[in-house]
Design a binder for this molecule. Sequence first.
Ligand code: UDP
Ligand code: MG
Length: 132
Amino acid sequence: ERTLSIIKPDAVKSGYVKSINSMIKNSGLKIIKKKNLTLTKEQAAQFYSIHSDKPFFNELCIFMTSGPIIVQILEGENAVDLYRKIMGATNPSDAEENTIRKEFATSIQENAVHGSDSKENAIKEINFFFKE
Ligand code: UDP
Ligand code: MG
């Protein structure tokens, strides 16, 4: 099974990429593809289009385009749910100990990482970044 991971601009800027990838590898997940890029406003709005009617949508798009991100495909048994588990809750103040967001997120917006929330969305999100 595969899932899509994004290390968001806050975590890249703060130099947390290696530490986050160690936590990913320690969970048993393999990083099988990786891309460094900076999202355009259009890409961010399209990627998060499910949230387009939410009050946080505009700020989220500004944040997600504010600097480079690392996009990775993770592979392993139960990859979607396992990665959601090691990421921790969306709001870092709700995240459990030893999760990526507990360790590295600073707010509900600047929460270090993205992970697909279902197998169906994982396929869509992987195709969004890795069409070839
Ligand atoms: N977000 C935000 N404010 C909120 C909720 C979410 O800025 O009140 C941002 C946050 O960066 C989050 C992203 O929007 O990761 C997508 O929200 P979602 O509810 O899908 O959370 P996730 O699946 O990332 O845990
Ligand atoms: Mg989500």
